[in-house]
Design a protein around this ligand. Sequence first.
Ligand SMILES: Cc1cc2nc3c(=O)[nH]c(=O)nc-3n(C[C@H](O)[C@H](O)[C@H](O)COP(=O)(O)OP(=O)(O)OC[C@H]3O[C@@H](n4cnc5c(N)ncnc54)[C@H](O)[C@@H]3O)c2cc1C
Length: 480
Amino acid sequence: MPTLDANATDFDLIILGGGPAGYSAAIKGSLQGFRVALVEQGRIGGACINRGCIPTKALWGTAVALQRLKDLKAHGIKSSGKFSFDFAVASKRQFEIMDEMVSTIRARMIKLGVRIFSARGTISKHDPTSKAANFTVALESDDKTAHSLTSRFVLVATGSRPAESPVLIADHKLVVTTDDIVLFEKLPKRLAIVGGGVVACEFASILNKFGVKVHLLEHSSQVLSAMDQEVVSKLMEYFDEDGVKVLTNTKVQILAKLRSGIKLTLDTNGTHSDLTVDCVLLAIGRKPNSEHLGLETVGAQVSPRGHILVDEKNETRCRGLYAAGDVVGGQTLAHKAWYDAIIALRAMSGEECRTNYDTVPGAIFTIPEMAAVGLQPDQARQRGLKVSIGKFEYAENAQAMCTGKIRGMVKAVIERDTGKVVGCTILGHDASNLISEVALAMHAGLTAKDIGDTIHPHPTLSEMVWESFLDTQGLSVHKK
Ligand SMILES: Cc1cc2nc3c(=O)[nH]c(=O)nc-3n(C[C@H](O)[C@H](O)[C@H](O)COP(=O)(O)OP(=O)(O)OC[C@H]3O[C@@H](n4cnc5c(N)ncnc54)[C@H](O)[C@@H]3O)c2cc1C
């Protein structure tokens, strides 16, 4: 571990941004012997811990607990009293989890010798002729004390922020972004969610369990368009049963603020209707934080959508300047950001490495959950692969029946000729954990036979992964 003078200003690596990409790079960097400075303008943990993954999943945990209470009747469990739900307590719990995670990560970095600067960083100079200190980074902190640091490498991990459209602009009270809604201490009674992606579906499902009347408004013909549509249709059936109203092919044309609430004029396939709600949540994507970083000064380039252009080692067009996480685009996921950072760190230490996103799993924390890795059948066919598909329903699985979690299915995809695992989508209880087995199988280049030959414990949900891959060859044991 490197030892650093408390007043040091020269480092091996300066990281801009302390989210998943930035903090994981700081930890990895100091473990590999780099003198690391991490510059964060807000709170350590970035969007993930402070406005994204963790606050939403803390609320998701509460929603799952509420659902469990509703399911108790089937087990013969009755409570003599009435259950009540106090959102303020759930919200306090959410903030406690966030605080604990921030302080654990901060403490880990400090223990490893990472110098943390609370400031906004901009790359102000690059001297390619100097081997030791190529980069100068200017710091601007709240107290306006300008300061500068130098280093051999810089990693830009400045993340992303909620996108807005010219028609839909957040006022952060009635029209809010995901950054706002995770800080709510009181729930709206009626909510319209604009967008049909992962984040929109998660909020729809969680807030529905809290008793909020939710309308989800998607302008295209499909929600979760990047996912297997057979499985998504099943999730939409559950949304319908639970009372989440999903309107596809729907554009929000006008927003009119009323004395109490807000009126939306909708255009659904040319038919106009009005919807009055207390609040509108914009969940229409993310915008990379690539502006005002000094990238142009050093010759790094960005795409028309603002993502920093990097090669397979996550190095920009400027040698020694790397970028990772949401700011380089691709899947906006915390674990993809960790992965990006690790590749960049390996490249900095001279290791031969390149990014490969074929096995990045994704999880959607609706109730029930959905998770996927690899290619869906259509995507595989588009790449010229001949595929076989296997399916297994939660209602056919022993543990799912015993626990009463029978909503959902597993859909496995393999390459027909070789049996190689190509992808998998899971909808149902614990999908976010079950998907890791398939990600590992894909990473290791395994086949359906390898999964079929692996002994899975009984009775467990993991048997469904086994059964679905056996089913790709018609060999499932417990399929109805
Ligand atoms: C509602 C929501 C739910 C989500 N749920 C999940 C989930 O369940 N699972 C999952 O994998 N992903 C989830 N995500 C996505 C995940 O949060 C992001 O992919 C992840 O945070 C990206 O990490 P990052 O390090 O690239 O950037 P960020 O987390 O955005 O961090 C970037 C940091 O850089 C700082 N910064 C910016 N500019 C500067 C500068 N010039 N100087 C210093 N600091 C700067 C910012 O303050 C920020 O702290 C969710 C996102 C949202 C919005």
